[in-house]
Design a protein around this ligand. Structure first.
Ligand SMILES: *[C@@H]1O[C@H](CO)[C@@H](O)[C@H](O)[C@H]1NC(C)=O
Length: 388
C-alpha cells in the first residue's frame, strides 16, 4: 500500500522542483537586463546540491506528468524548456494545502497598541549593504537591490545598522519604491553608549519626517552574543526611547533575540519593547524538517505573544539555508529552502522578516556551514516577473 505521507512529501518536492526551475528560468531571463550579477546568481543556484527523496520522480499520472518529463532537463535548467512546463498541477498553494492549516489569525486587529507587518502573506526581508569583501555597496548597487526587493512584493526592508550610509542610500531608494524601513541600532560592544551615536544619526536623518520608519530595533541578538545583559539592554532601550520620542518618533521600538533568550529575560525585556520581536530559526532545531518550518514559526510566534502579553509577536529573522551541513532533520538545500520558506510565508509571512535578500558572502560560514547561504529573494515575486 502506498504511504500517504510519502506521497505528500513527494508532491511537495515536485512542487518545489517546478518552482525552483521557474525561479531559475526567471533569473536567466532577468539576466538579459542585469548582466553579470544575474549570471553569478544562476551559477550559485545550479551548483547547490539538490536533494531528492527516494522514488520521487516515479509517481505516475496524477497531474504531475509534466513535471516528471522534465526530470533530466530540470537539472540542466535550460530556459528554452520553459514554455512546455505547465505550472498548474502543483504549485506553492497546492503544496501547502496538503497540510491542513488554519487560516492566518487576525493579528493586525486593534488589540495591540503597536502593530507592524501585513495582513497578507508577505512583509519584510533583511538587507545588509556589504560586498563579500566587506566593503560598502555603492549607492547604485543598493538602489538596484532595493528596487528588486520592491518588485518581489515586499513592503518593508529590515536593516541592522547605520554604517555604509544605510539611512540615506537604502532610505532614499525605499522612499522611491514606497517601501518602509525597519531600522537597526547595532550593538556589538559591551559599552552600550557606543551605540548611542546611531540613535542620533537616525534622528538627524529622519529630520522629523518619520513616515518611512515602520519600527526601530535596538540590538540584534545582543544578549545572546553576550555583548550586554538583559538589564543593561533594557535600560539602553528606555533611554533611546526617550530621545526618539522627543525627536517626534511615535512608532514601535523593540529589540530582537532568539526566543529562548527573550524567554529567560521576559520580565526585564517585555516591559521596554512595543512589539514582541524574536529571531525565529527553525533550521537550528534538529527535529524540524523543511516542510515543518511554517508550523514551527507559527507556534513560536504564539509562544512569543504569550511571553510578552498584550504585544504583537513578529519574527525579525526567519528562513532556511540553501547549502550547508544537515542539522538532524533540518536539511539545507535549494528545494528544502523553497519548501520551508513557502510554508513560513503561507502560515505567517505577514509578520516575518525573511533572512535574507542575498547570500551574505561577507559572513563566516558558522555552525553547519550555513551562514552564507540564506539568500532567498529568488523565491518571492515569481508571479510578478517577466512582464506576465
Ligand atoms: C570589493 O568588492 C567590490 C564588489 O565586487 C569591488 O567593486 C571592490 O573593488 C572590492 N574592493 C576591494 C578592496 O577588493
Amino acid at each position: 500500500m502506498i504511504n500517504l505521507v510519502h506521497i505528500m512529501k513527494t508532491a511537495m518536492y515536485l512542487g518545489a522542483a517546478v518552482a525552483l526551475f521557474r525561479s531559475v528560468v526567471a533569473v536567466l531571463h532577468a539576466q538579459d537586463h542585469r548582466g553579470h550579477q544575474g549570471q553569478e546568481q544562476v551559477a550559485l543556484e545550479v551548483e547547490a546540491p539538490v536533494s531528492k527523496p527516494e522514488d520521487s520522480w516515479s509517481l505516475g499520472n496524477n497531474g504531475l506528468t509534466t513535471v516528471t518529463e522534465q526530470k533530466e532537463d530540470s537539472k540542466t535548467l535550460n530556459p528554452d524548456l520553459a514554455p512546455i512546463i505547465s505550472y498548474t498541477p502543483l504549485e506553492a498553494n497546492n503544496v501547502a494545502k496538503l497540510k491542513e492549516q488554519p487560516p492566518p489569525s487576525s493579528y493586525l486587529s486593534q488589540k495591540y497598541r503597536f502593530s507592524v507587518g501585513s495582513t497578507g502573506d508577505q512583509w519584510a526581508i533583511t538587507y545588509t549593504p556589504y560586498n563579500d569583501n566587506l566593503t560598502c555597496k555603492s549607492k547604485a548597487a543598493i538602489s538596484a537591490d532595493v528596487a528588486a526587493i520592491a518588485k518581489k512584493g515586499f513592503t518593508s526592508i529590515r536593516v541592522y545598522a547605520t554604517d555604509c550610509s544605510t539611512l540615506t542610500h537604502v532610505g532614499s531608494a525605499a522612499a522611491l519604491h514606497k517601501l518602509k524601513l525597519i531600522l537597526g541600532v547595532h550593538i556589538d560592544d559591551t559599552i552600550l553608549m557606543l551605540a548611542q551615536p546611531q540613535v542620533n544619526e537616525i534622528i538627524t536623518w529622519a529630520n522629523g519626517k518619520w513616515d518611512l520608519v515602520e519600527m526601530i530595533v535596538i540590538g540584534n541578538e545582543a544578549v545572546f552574543n553576550q555583548f550586554t545583559t538583559a538589564a543593561m539592554l533594557a535600560e539602553f532601550i528606555s533611554q533611546s526611547r526617550e530621545i526618539l520620542r522627543e525627536a517626534g518618533y511615535t512608532g514601535p521600538i523593540t529589540t530582537t533575540e532568539p526566543l529562548n533568550i527573550l524567554s529567560q529575560h521576559a520580565s526585564t525585556l517585555c516591559p521596554v519593547i512595543d512589539v514582541a520581536a524574536a529571531n525565529i530559526h527553525p533550521f537550528f532545531h534538529p527535529e524540524v524538517s523543511a516542510d515543518a518550518a511554517g508550523d514551527y514559526v507559527a507556534l513560536e510566534l504564539d509562544r512569543l505573544e504569550e511571553l510578552c502579553e498584550g504585544k504583537q509577536g513578529v519574527s525579525l529573522e526567519t528562513g532556511w539555508p540553501k547549502q550547508g551541513i544537515a542539522n538532524g532533520d533540518a536539511v539545507p538545500g535549494v528545494l528544502e529552502q523553497w519548501v520551508a520558506i513557502s510554508a513560513i510565508k503561507k502560515m505567517v509571512g505577514g509578520r516575518s522578516a525573511f533572512l535574507s535578500f542575498a547570500d551574505d558572502g561577507w559572513k563566516d560560514k558558522g555552525d553547519f556551514g550555513v551562514e552564507t547561504s540564506w539568500g532567498c529573494s529568488h523565491i518571492f515575486g515569481l508571479d510578478k516577473q517577466g512582464g506576465g
